[in-house]
Design a protein around this ligand. Structure first.
Ligand code: HDE
Length: 698
């Protein structure tokens, strides 16, 4: 020990630890670091040791507190929907539903209600990527003046299973396999398809899951659905069935499969970043809020059961009435405190909204409250700021429990009580008129473990979905089935799926069998005959989303010697049309434009591939282009943009690079040096006509 005799030399804060250069000290008492219990710290660089080179001392409560808190920073991730991103915003009612409900949030036109909305993938862990083929969660917490309303939905209007008792099996089958711990966030594996083949009720959802709906381009470009059927209840306690819808202003849009795979590598946080940046730059995403309303008689007249969550109600049969809008305009301040600790509960409903007997929903009414106990660790999770009912105070006689943050006053922790008669506070009371009341539908029957006969038709809606798609979307769906089943090693499982597909549509089954190079089996027995329903064009994406640059991303690749006026003109035109623009260059330090000006890019070529953009432009010089011919990242930039059906604007100097990337001229390949605006039309959509030339689809 260097200081074995006498007291060790006392180091002053300016000389200790990290060399002093980065040692920052508080200038006022307000900015002092403290322990969790408020004791000011003198040194956050060094633990307490027996001499400068000696062992650390148990006495060091500063070190112990800091390390112990760190050791416990993580909480269990959500068992499903673990990976998510969220934002704050508001809901505004534009049309009253007073005839159907007494819920103030649906009757007070113009009133703005704070919301917190979390989007998520389902299967992957919290650290998985943003763009697997997966259903997306769409959970909205509305802080209404009559308590929180959590509309916990998905971006697909139906679900895999009809009864909550199958949920653990479904999730076990889709998540990583039990022995090997993979694949992460992917349905393309044996156990998932084994389960699906044996659960024909999942076939309709499989049509959606294999469509481009599970490859959203952006969280801002997803539709949202309440999925389960709910009820609205008016002043007279008359009930109306309701389905809830969110429709994005930017339209539902998707990436392609190859693109999604490449995005996963280029930017695993693609959706999270996109949402954060859009809100950060004031491009607030917006959704219309709509309802489908139907009476008991109208529900009874439908050829399917509205309590079955594997069925949807086509808009063409029951139109969606738009009654409100949601705008997300504020990013969370702290991901953990808000996004991670948010607890959504389908049981959170204000008076005037109620559940239906949908057996999937009934199970959810238990599950969400229950799961918060293991995730957030206490029955008091409703006291966390993000979960508090901000629109109105909560008050009841629940008391104590882990992490109780309230200091209740008085003696009334039971009810009824007559403390008020003695001049004391008797506490809150029930409100028979304004409080939550349950619908009183007539019920019948004996206790049974049975599936209703009306749930037996497993294929008509799958057929409806498939036949309602455009040819492009049908080809994508068939190709996705071929891809996923090709990752399933069990021939008997692939065969069973083909037999189920035969019930959906003979042509689809044939295409998938051909894609697998397998003989087409006979249709599997079906529990009920498959009906032909009228096609529902509303179920498409292609041809439905608005062709606009609004909300889209444009990447402009530049080299030394490029013409700065072309870059400026392109940027101005694209930004003017609502796009966000990023400049990409071979080196992050910048390029020297023609005329000598330096342009500093937003991204470096190898780290900013074209998959991150909806359309790209190449503003190159002759020399710059010649150099890029030897750079595979540049060739990939262009060839990927081409095969991902994107518009490519270019200066004439970029032609050799276009040739090397095998780009064939079409309406999406435009020369922009004289007319930047020529780029805007093709950049506002995908070049669907190009697809058959670049991809063999099933
Ligand atoms: Fe969920 N679901 N779920 N789910 N779900 C959860 O709750 C569950 C279902 C949905 O951003 C869990 O707090 C059961 C349908 C979303 O925090 C858990 C069943 C729909 C989210 C749970 C379903 C959803 C969840 C996990 C079948 C669309 C994320 C963590 C009966 C309407 C919410 C948590 C967020 C999360 C259970 C089926 C949507 C375990 C038992 C159908 C968007 O409670």
């Amino acid at each position: 020990m260097p200081t074995s005799k006498g007291a060790p030399p006392r180091a002053t804060p300016a000389t200790v630890g990290n060399g002093g250069e980065t040692h920052q000290t508080a200038s006022t008492p307000d900015t002092r670091l403290t322990t969790n219990h408020g004791v000011p710290l003198s040194d956050n660089q060094n633990s307490l040791k027996a001499g400068p080179r000696g062992p650390s001392l148990l006495e060091d409560f500063v070190l112990r507190e800091k390390i112990q808190h760190f050791d416990h920073e993580r909480i269990p991730e959500r068992i499903v929907h673990a990976r998510g991103s969220a934002a704050h915003g508001y809901f505004e009612l534009t049309k009253s539903l007073a005839k159907y409900t007494r819920a103030k949030i649906l009757t007070e036109v113009g009133a703005k209600t704070e919301v917190f909305t979390r989007f998520s993938t389902v299967a992957g862990g919290a650290g998985s990527v943003d763009t697997p083929r997966d259903v997306r969660g769409f959970a909205v917490k509305l802080y209404t003046t009559e308590g929180n309303w959590d509309l916990v939905g998905n971006n697909i209007p139906v679900f895999f299973i009809q009864d909550a008792i199958k949920f653990p099996d479904l999730i076990h089958a889709v998540k990583m396999e039990a022995d090997r711990g993979y694949p992460q966030a992917a349905s393309a594996h044996d156990t998932f398809w084994d389960f699906i083949g044996l659960m024909p009720e999942s076939t309709h959802m499989i049509m959606w899951a294999m469509s481009d709906r599970t490859l959203p381009r952006s969280l801002r470009m997803m539709e949202g659905f309440g999925v389960n059927t709910f009820r609205l209840l008016n002043d007279k306690d008359e009930a109306t069935f309701v389905k809830f819808h969110w429709r994005p202003k930017l339209g539902a849009q998707s990436t392609g499969w190859d693109e999604a795979v490449k995005i996963a590598g280029a930017d695993p946080d693609y959706h999270r970043r996109d949402l954060f940046e859009a809100i950060d730059t004031g491009a607030f995403p917006e959704w219309e809020f709509g309802v489908q309303l139907l009476s008991q008689a109208e529900a009874d007249a439908l050829p399917f059961d509205i309590l079955d969550a594997t069925k949807l109600i086509p808009e063409e049969l029951v139109p969606i009435q738009v009654v409100g809008r949601m705008v997300l305009d504020r990013n969370p301040d702290n991901f953990f405190a808000e996004t991670e600790q948010a607890a959504f509960l389908p049981t959170n409903m204000p008076p005037g909204i109620d559940v239906s007997e949908d057996p999937l929903l009934q199970g959810r009414l238990f599950s969400y409250q229950d799961t918060q106990l293991s995730r957030l660790g206490t029955v008091n999770f409703h006291q966390l700021p993000i979960n508090q009912s901000k629109g109105c105070p909560f008050q009841n006689l629940q008391r104590d429990g882990h992490m109780q943050t309230q200091v209740f006053k008085g003696r009334a922790n039971y009810e009824p009580n007559s403390l008020a008669e003695a001049g004391e506070d008797g506490g809150p009371r029930e409100d028979p008129k304004g409080g939550f009341r349950t619908t009183a539908p007539p019920l019948e029957g004996t206790k049974v473990r049975l599936r209703a006969e009306t749930f037996a038709d497993h294929y008509s809606h799958a057929r409806l979905f498939y036949r309602s798609q455009t040819e492009i979307e049908q080809a994508h769906l068939a190709s996705a089935l071929v891809f996923e089943l090709s990752k399933c090693a069990f021939e008997h499982v692939r065969n069973r799926i083909l037999g189920n597909l035969q019930n959906v549509d003979g042509d689809l089954a044939k295409r998938v069998a051909a894609g697998l190079n397998m003989p087409l089996p006979k249709a599997n027995p079906a529990a009920a005959p498959t009906q032909d329903m009228d096609a529902s064009p509303a179920l498409r994406i292609v041809g439905k989303y608005p062709e606009t640059l609004d909300g889209r991303a444009v990447g402009i690749l530049v080299t030394d010697g490029a013409d700065g006026t072309v870059v400026e003109a392109l940027k101005a035109a694209a930004v003017g049309a609502g796009a966000s623009v990023k400049i990409i260059a071979p080196k992050i330090g910048g390029v020297t434009l023609k005329g000598g000006k330096t342009l500093v890019p937003d991204g470096q070529l190898a780290g900013t591939p074209s998959v991150l953009f909806d359309a790209v432009a190449l503003v190159l010089s002759d020399d710059g282009c010649a150099e890029l011919l030897g750079e595979s990242a540049a060739v990939d930039f262009v060839s990927n943009a081409f095969v991902h059906l994107k518009a490519i604007g270019h200066t004439p100097q970029a032609q050799p690079l276009l040739d090397k990337a095998n780009v064939q001229p079409d309406a999406g390949i435009v020369e922009v040096s004289g007319d930047a605006k020529a780029f805007l039309k093709p950049a506002a959509t995908r070049q669907w006509d190009r697809e058959p030339k670049v991809r063999m689809l099933a």
